[in-house]
Design a protein around this ligand. Structure first.
Ligand SMILES: Nc1ncnc2c1ncn2[C@@H]1O[C@H](COP(=O)(O)OP(=O)(O)OP(=O)(O)O)[C@@H](O)[C@H]1O
Ligand SMILES: [Mg+2]
Length: 145
């Protein structure tokens, strides 16, 4: 499955996240790809809201992982400051990416920095900045096992 759409403002991105939230189930692993400032965290903010959480979503750039309480736990990673799978293993992240043990959903920014860590992916969301407010958002179904 591949869905491609253009968002022209924050409200449209929010609406796409709302639609997407309806197919999310616990144990799903979702990667968000795109350049700095493309809108990954913005998309996560909407998703977390529509997954039933009132928690404040902040970028886990320094904490690496924020956990929110929604219908089920939401694990929000930002791997920007990590540079290898070994570093991610050193902070104990591998346990989250085992779908058989995962009790919530993983939303991962900058997963490309930890190549090899995440082998089971349900969806990849690519966000491309077209101009100040316009984004191309592509949702691709991944290699879930
Ligand atoms: N249509 C849109 N959809 C999403 N974000 C938009 C849109 N138009 C403007 N923006 C703005 O783009 C910025 C995206 O920032 P955000 O922190 O979400 O990016 P990011 O991809 O998480 O960056 P980083 O790689 O630094 O984590 C926000 O300031 C947001 O308000
Ligand atoms: Mg971000």
């Amino acid at each position: 499955m591949k869905i491609e759409m253009e968002s022209h403002n924050l409200a449209e991105t929010d609406a796409l996240a709302r639609a997407f939230s309806k197919i999310i189930k616990p144990s799903m692993i979702i990667l968000l790809n795109g350049d700095l400032g493309s809108g990954k965290t913005t998309f996560v903010k909407s998703l977390v809201k529509y997954l039933g959480s009132d928690d404040v979503v902040t970028s886990p750039t320094f904490t690496l992982l924020n956990t929110y309480n929604g219908k089920f736990p939401i694990y929000h990673f930002d791997m920007y400051r990590l540079s290898s799978m070994e570093e991610a293993l050193a902070v104990g992240f591998e346990e989250y990416f085992d779908k058989d043990r995962l009790d919530g959903v993983c939303l991962v920014e900058w997963a490309e920095n930890v190549e090899g860590l995440i082998t089971q992916v349900d969806f990849v969301i690519n966000i491309e900045k077209i101009n100040e407010r316009t984004r191309k958002i592509i949702v691709i179904e991944g290699n879930k096992k």
